[in-house]
Design a protein around this ligand. Structure first.
Ligand SMILES: O[C@H]1[C@H](O)[C@@H](O)[C@H](O)[C@@H](O)[C@H]1O
Ligand SMILES: [Fe+2]
Ligand SMILES: [Fe+2]
Length: 363
């Protein structure tokens, strides 16, 4: 797929580079990012059935996830976490917070999550050097996993990571380890177990409740509290990058509206870097840190210029909102980048410009 832009000043051609894979590692050379044949364990990517050191624990993760992600649960979590306040943290601090977590749902990677953030962003940079909004999207896309940390309520893995899917309508068979939905109370609820369930055809994904986790949480942080001007495609990537049933298997398309269809093109591009950059080859954090800090600084300066003050993003945190008892843990975290990013993207001369400016078309 080739995506052409009709942005007059830039005229950039965004081309998805399909280089044949020849090595099982993150190749970052002049050829751009090379998709490896196998994951770090020598298996094909996203093979949930192949016998491997992670197979059993990943399956157990999805068993618990599928039983517990009900329509009511998601509603409750969204309401609680959607309050968004109390915690302040810089973007880099948030990345470092993820240093201690390994994603239990992931058959392809058992490295700390900060590695994954940088691997994703660096892989994007190789193929799209000028699209710094996409580098930033890569850097922050999984930051919602801070929900695993005590400061954010220490939610269990099943309520934070893994693929996501709509609740309130039938669970599509393409969802990983679909069989475990049989134990989900919604599975036998006639209000929620039909093709459309509580939704209408073409209602738009924005009106669809997705299983609760890091995607929607970060979306709420970015979009709600910050009234972000992050490109619609960037927000869409943050919010639906784990929705493999849609972007990989093509399920649930009938829930999408026009804007979703447009944004899905960017999500598919992003997915290549999110998935295939997973590797045992570690990124030299100290080496790449200056680039990302300079990006942060760049947008900070813009912010200060525009608003005169440094604004912050806030997270609400709940201690344990899994049952009806919700206690709120109050911690302040400065999360400056997203605010800054908003300002930068609002600036029409910024080259952290909106992907909305691009008209994507297939050629
Ligand atoms: O196991 C992974 C992981 O949790 C990712 O962060 C998510 O985006 C993927 O959808 C999922 O397969
Ligand atoms: Fe993710
Ligand atoms: Fe990711």
């Amino acid at each position: 797929m080739t995506i052409l832009t009709d942005q007059p000043h830039h005229g950039v051609e965004l081309e998805e580079k399909k280089t044949p894979a020849d090595e099982n590692e993150l190749m970052v050379d002049a050829r751009g990012f090379v998709v490896p044949d196998n994951n770090a364990f020598g298996h094909t990517f996203r093979d949930y059935d192949v016998e491997s050191t992670r197979q059993k624990s990943v399956e157990e993760f999805y068993r618990i996830n599928h039983i517990n992600q009900t329509y009511d649960f998601v509603k409750r979590m969204r309401e609680e976490y959607g309050k968004l306040t109390r915690v302040e943290m810089s973007i880099w601090e948030s990345c470092e917070l993820l240093n201690e977590f390994v994603d239990e749902s992931d058959p392809d990677l058992d490295e700390p999550q900060i590695e994954h953030l940088l691997q994703t962003a660096e892989a994007i940079r190789k193929d799209y050097p000028n699209e710094d909004w996409l580098h930033l999207t890569g850097l922050i896309h999984d930051l919602g996993k801070v929900l695993l940390h005590p400061s954010f309520g220490q939610l269990p893995q099943w309520a934070v990571v893994g693929d996501i899917y709509p609740v309130g309508c039938a669970f599509d068979e393409s969802i990983v380890h679909h069989k475990y939905f049989k134990e989900n109370p919604d599975y036998n609820n006639p209000a929620y177990n039909t093709k459309l369930g509580v939704y209408t055809e073409g209602c738009g994904l924005n009106n669809v409740l997705m299983s609760w986790g890091h995607d929607d949480y970060l979306y709420l942080v970015v979009a709600k509290e910050n009234k972000t001007t992050l490109p619609s495609a960037g927000l869409f990537i943050i919010r639906y990058h784990s929705f493999y049933a849609l972007h990989n298997a093509g399920a649930y398309k009938y829930l999408m509206n026009e804007e979703d269809i447009e944004n899905l093109k960017w999500l598919k591009i992003f997915n290549k870097y999110d998935l295939y950059s997973k590797s045992k080859v570690r990124i030299d954090v100290e080496k790449v840190k200056p680039y990302y800090l300079s990006l942060i600084e760049k947008v900070k300066r813009r912010l200060n210029f525009e608003f005169g003050v440094l604004q912050v993003t806030r997270f609400w945190t709940t201690k344990e909102a899994l049952n009806t008892k919700v206690s709120i843990k109050e911690v302040m975290i400065r999360f400056v980048l997203i605010r800054s990013l908003n300002a930068a993207l609002a600036d029409k001369d910024s080259h952290l410009r909106s992907a909305k400016c691009f008209k994507a078309k297939k050629v």
